[in-house]
Design a protein around this ligand. Structure first.
Ligand code: PMP
Length: 406
């Protein structure tokens, strides 16, 4: 993997921000888009923009082929058994809401337990809270260790015979914790529960095989994995998806429509009412090609190098507090004493460094950490150790500035 070569594919990175070379350390929020992805979407709009699954004309057929081939690509990328198990959604949030609404309402009964963790993104906690309210079920939380990891003892102790659904993130967007989904899925299934996984921060950065993990549902977003915004994926076991009701109704998802009643078409289109995200699916397919060309293993390895280098260097900054475990995905959430994270992010931005500041859509986790907000630097294939060095210098200057006594 050669990050310097890779950067040539990302025109956006070649710019100055506030008079400095841009250092983009906010991939956990949204990744940048390489030229082949932009080109694939441009080619669609320039040559075969058309609606799918409807017309018989040539452009419509090409668009349908592009859209359905994208589905095939996703299928093989995550090793789903069948293409019917790949539902295109607006993103991870929409995918989780679909599971909580449709599957949740189908299986949860009063008194059942839904198990989550305190490290969840709001997208993987609020839909379950609402499901619990609708069905008089109870939310339970797997306790975390002081470093933000889960132990299998606590997983075993929390998942029990009342558990119906375990909803858990694969990788925390704040702590970088990588959860052992395969082991947790085994505990869930042993207790006759289902497992739904938020894979938004995992799929872009490591190899994910839904059959090997043995999960029931798995959700992720295109825009965090070099693809466009506005598209994501819900993987679901076909036997579960088959039994589920759609949560949106309209064109494309029907089989027959009568004046007063209708029937639904087959998977996966049953869950894709209306005109889908055609250009976005084609862009996502190009993003998968890009990731596969480099190789998910090489990506993970490179990010591990970056994050370990950054951790070591950041620890040399006076007054820094770093959250999360030693062994982590490619992101670092932190605070600098005497500097509010928003001031910190603003000061870094004035030097061209883009980091995220705030609660990262994880307010319960902020409470658990005992802070109201943090800063976060997150890395991807286009980042370099030289950028980390510049970032450290910017951090030190910021600290000095805010510590200055007038
Ligand atoms: N889960 C996690 C762990 C995330 O990091 C994010 C995005 N920040 C989401 C869910 C939501 O993804 P989206 O906004 O693309 O629906």
């Amino acid at each position: 993997m050669n990050a310097k070569d890779i950067r040539k594919d990302f025109p956006i990175l070649d710019q100055q921000v506030n008079g400095n070379d841009l250092i983009y350390f906010d991939t956990s929020a949204t990744s940048q888009t390489p030229s082949p992805v932009i080109d694939a979407m441009t080619a669609y709009y320039e040559a075969y923009n058309s609606n799918v699954h409807r017309g018989v004309h040539t452009l419509g057929t090409k668009a349908t082929d592009g859209y359905e081939q994208a589905r095939m690509k996703v299928r093989s990328f995550i090793n789903a058994k069948r293409f019917e198990e790949v539902v295109f959604t607006r993103g991870t949030t929409a995918a989780i809401n679909l599971v909580a609404r449709s599957f949740g309402d189908m299986v949860i009964e009063p008194g059942d337990e839904i198990v989550v963790t305190e490290m969840e993104h709001h997208a993987n906690i609020v839909p379950w809270q609402e499901l619990a309210k609708r069905t008089q079920a109870e939310l339970k939380f797997i306790p975390m260790e002081a470093d933000g990891t889960l132990t299998m003892e606590n997983v075993e102790a929390t998942i029990g015979e009342k558990t119906k659904i375990v909803a858990i993130t694969h990788v925390s967007n704040v702590l970088g914790t990588i959860n052992d989904i395969k082991a947790i899925a085994e505990v869930a299934h042993r207790n006759d529960a289902y497992i739904a996984v938020d894979g938004a921060q995992a799929v872009p950065h490591m190899s994910v095989d839904v059959q090997d993990l043995d999960v029931d549902f798995y959700a992720f977003s295109g825009h965090k994995m070099l693809g466009p915004t506005g598209i994501g994926v819900l993987y679901g076991r076909s036997e579960l998806l088959d039994d589920m009701e759609p949560i949106e109704y309209g064109g494309d998802m029907i089989d027959f429509v009568d004046l007063r009643t209708s029937t639904w078409t087959d998977l996966p289109v049953k869950f894709e009412a209306g005109t889908p995200m055609i250009a976005e699916a084609i862009g996502l397919a190009a993003a998968i090609d890009y990731i596969e060309d480099i190789g998910p293993e090489a990506i993970l390895e490179y990010e591990q190098e970056l994050v370990n280098y950054a951790l070591e260097r950041m620890r040399s900054v006076e007054g820094i507090e770093i959250y999360g475990p030693e062994s982590r995905a490619g992101l670092i959430t932190f605070n600098l004493s005497d500097v509010h994270p928003h001031d910190l992010a603003t000061a870094l931005d004035s030097e061209g460094v883009a980091v995220r500041a705030g609660h990262h859509c994880a307010q319960p986790l902020m409470k658990w950490l005992g802070v109201s907000s943090t800063a976060r630097a997150s890395f991807y294939i286009y980042n370099t150790t030289e950028e980390i060095d510049s970032f450290i210098e910017s951090l030190k200057r910021t600290k000095e500035f805010f510590s200055y006594e007038f």
